[in-house]
Design a binder for this molecule. Structure first.
Ligand code: GAL
Length: 707
């Protein structure tokens, strides 16, 4: 039976152009036919419920409208009750019951929850924190990813799972691990692995000493064997920032290799139709999803109602207004698609305070994921747990295992609405020209992020916040946005924003120049290109490598302590700032867009723009407190380029996907969305109330010259 399925699937795969494991990199889009729009699923933990309830629960999941379920990411001790002895009978039953109910299955590798027996036998598998304390059994994600014994144990369970289920067409795809966090590890295994990583990177210890500035404080090493992971524990004076940056890189590489290793083992046995992903947190800061090679595409987890009150009033019930948009635009371009692997179903248990989401919020997040290109949405979890550390976490159904929660009801509604939208799907829909004209890329690198965080200089500085100010400004125009990397083709985007891109090689600066000369519109912000790609200052005046590109000279920078603020004026408006202000002197022919209004440098420029070749370069040297300055300066770049833009209020988004425009509103008041005449509303009402959704189609403009 299995063999027959395999042959059939192989034929189908060849026909549809799916990749075979031997063909190398997968083609993520082929995994998710567009006509399915966005399948929706839910986590289920068979091991937590009486076996006689599984069939009932899985049938009910299907009846509510879900397309798939998700099993086993914490079930290691049930899969391998003792070393090398596997028990798949329970999982066989659960998969059979899911299939009988009409559900596809995402199967997970259980690496975040090693069994007690493993740690008792091999205590060296555990991670050691910066405080020197070894983690023990009793929690999750507590192991050293550098430990050979832990890795061998993971290999064994993953291989066993792959052999058993890799040829099983009931398995839709795989998730490896859970929310990989790349925690810094100070265990003996990590120290050895770090030394190997450095040797690989630098070759000789002399090169390492040079890169780390070993002559400073006599920190140089005589051999790689002397190196320890730099701890940066409070109370110790600062280790070398280069050592800290490399340790971050090593930690992220180790995490990526851990995921890739599992993915490679799976792929050895899996059908080409089965995809492999992992579920990063939406603000993944230690892990770098762009470092994996074998994971087909990244997904993310999303729990927005846990304290953020960015837009005031009751908007905390709608969740952080920026994160879903940013996560979709960040994760989707990495491999051409993404999915939301965990979407908050209601109240959670783990934040300091866990308020109730507003009615409609859960449905709005589902629709936002759809608009932003999500290939699927899954929610954690079906049943609210009756025991364990997440007892107060809501599920799709309540404690009786049957009654839908408020969030459950919203999932049901959204799934029905998605079904109703399917006949509207148009295979030929292409990005409308008005959106293509404002396509924007945001340049992002985790290395750069880490380096800025390691030498913030200003206590008010947050690199993540800084990037958000720019992402929010771009999204206010209604532009489609992709986060991209240095190696990507910039010319695919008429607009390119590189916020605080501190680590810049000479070739990146050249690439920016070519992009602009060819007609691109480049926006740079403070701190950009101060350091080279190694994280050292070049032997030249600070920032001077940008002089001719931006048409201005950096005179220095300032930042203000405590609650002090400064004032900067632009287009007759005053803006306050605190965390960072570059002081600029524009060259002849360069326009100053903003000026400092106080302190001894009043009159110095805070932002400039110049034409260069066929394009423009705008440098915004100051970070404003509320982001209004960034918003107005970024919008000005599109306007001067003659490109039409929208003017969406904060927290209001319009996304385009496969011919559908999707509007969502995280703000406190209603917003009128820009629907051109002739638009056809498919769902919701304009103006758009908070927590509501508007879906519409626009009539394509007739080609020029036609009647
Ligand atoms: C996620 C995690 C899940 C579950 C959930 C609770 O971060 O991946 O396993 O703990 O939070 O909200």
């Amino acid at each position: 039976m299995r063999n027959r399925n395999r042959v059939l699937t192989a034929l189908l795969a060849a026909f549809l152009g799916w990749p075979s494991p031997a063909q190398g990199p997968a083609r993520p889009k082929a995994f998710f036919p567009k006509a399915d729009l966005m399948p929706v699923g839910v986590y289920y933990y068979p091991e937590q419920w009486p076996r006689e309830q599984w069939a009932r629960d899985l049938r009910n999941i299907r009846k509510l409208g879900f397309d798939f379920t998700h099993f086993a990411e914490f079930a290691w001790t049930y899969l391998e009750p003792s070393e090398g002895h596997f028990d798949f009978t329970w999982l066989d039953t659960a998969i059979a019951e899911a299939h009988a109910a009409g559900l596809k299955v995402i199967l997970c590798t259980p690496s975040p929850a090693p069994p007690a027996w493993l740690g008792e036998k091999h205590p060296d598998i555990y991670l050691v924190g910066p405080d020197g304390r070894r983690r023990e059994h009793g929690t999750r994600a507590n192991c050293s990813l550098s430990n050979p014994r832990f890795n061998a144990s993971v290999d064994r369970i993953v291989t066993a799972l792959a052999r058993r289920y890799g040829h099983d067409p009931r398995i839709w795809g795989w998730q490896v691990d859970n929310e990989p966090g790349a925690e810094p590890d100070f265990s003996p295994s990590a120290r050895l692995a770090f030394q190997r990583w450095l040797k690989q990177r630098y070759g000789t210890v002399a090169k390492l000493n040079e890169a780390w500035g070993g002559s400073f404080w006599s920190l140089r090493y005589a051999s790689f064997g002397e190196v320890r992971p730099p701890s940066g524990v409070a109370g110790e004076d600062k280790p070398s920032p280069h050592a800290l940056l490399d340790f971050q890189r090593f930690t992220a590489d180790t995490q990526a290799a851990f995921l890739d290793r599992q993915a490679a083992l799976l792929k050895r046995h899996c059908l080409p139709t089965q995809w492999v992903t992992t579920n990063y947190t939406n603000v993944t800061q230690g892990s770098d999803p762009r470092r994996t090679r074998t994971i087909d595409f990244p997904t993310f987890t999303f729990y927005p109602v846990s304290g953020s009150n960015a837009l005031g009033g009751e908007t905390f019930r709608l969740g952080n207004p920026y994160r879903m948009a940013e996560a979709l635009d960040y994760f989707r371009p990495i491999a051409g698609t993404t999915g939301v692997m965990e979407l908050q179903p209601g109240q959670v248990n783990w934040a300091p305070t866990n308020p109730k989401p507003a009615p409609g919020a859960v449905r709005m997040w589902i629709w936002h994921a759809f608009g932003g290109g999500g290939s699927f949405v899954c929610t954690y979890r079906y049943r609210q747990p009756r025991f364990g550390s997440e007892m107060y976490h809501e599920g799709i159904v309540g404690l009786d295992g049957l009654t839908p929660s408020q969030g459950g009801a919203e999932f049901i509604q959204a799934m029905q609405e998605l079904q109703a939208l399917k006949p509207e799907f148009d295979t030929s829909a292409a990005l409308p020209p008005k959106l293509a004209a404002r396509r924007t890329a945001l340049l992002w690198s985790h290395d750069n992020f880490w380096d800025l965080e390691l030498q913030k200089q200003s206590e008010g500085w947050s690199t993540w916040r800084h990037r958000s100010l720019y992402a929010v400004a771009v999204k206010s125009t209604g532009a489609p946005m992709d986060f991209i990397r240095e190696t990507d083709d910039f010319s695919a985007y008429p607009f390119l924003v590189a916020p605080a891109y501190q680590l810049a090689s000479a070739s990146l600066i050249d690439k920016w120049r070519h992009y602009v000369e060819g007609g691109g519109h480049l926006i740079l912000s403070c701190r950009t290109a101060q350091k080279n790609e190694l994280g050292q200052f070049p032997e030249a005046l600070l920032g001077s490598r940008l002089d001719s590109l931006i048409g201005a000279r950096l005179q220095g920078f300032d930042m203000l302590p405590g609650n002090a603020t400064g004032s900067v004026r632009s287009e007759g408006q005053a803006h306050t700032w605190r965390a960072w202000g570059d002081l600029l002197r524009p060259a002849e022919g360069t326009t100053s867009l903003a000026t400092y209004a106080d302190a001894f440098y009043a009159g110095a420029s805070a932002a400039t723009t110049q034409r260069l070749g066929k394009g423009t370069v705008t440098y915004i040297g100051v970070e404003s407190l509320e982001g209004a300055l960034e918003r107005s300066l970024v919008r000005g770049v599109y306007q001067r380029a003659g490109v039409a833009i929208d003017n969406l209020p904060k927290g209001v988004y319009v996304e385009w996907r496969d011919g559908f425009f999707v509007g969502v509103n995280y703000a406190a008041s209603a917003a009128a969305l820009p629907l051109p005449a002739g638009s056809r509303v498919l769902l919701g009402q304009n103006p758009l109330e908070p927590s509501q959704v508007l879906v519409w189609k626009e009539v394509a403009p007739s080609p020029a010259g036609s009647p």
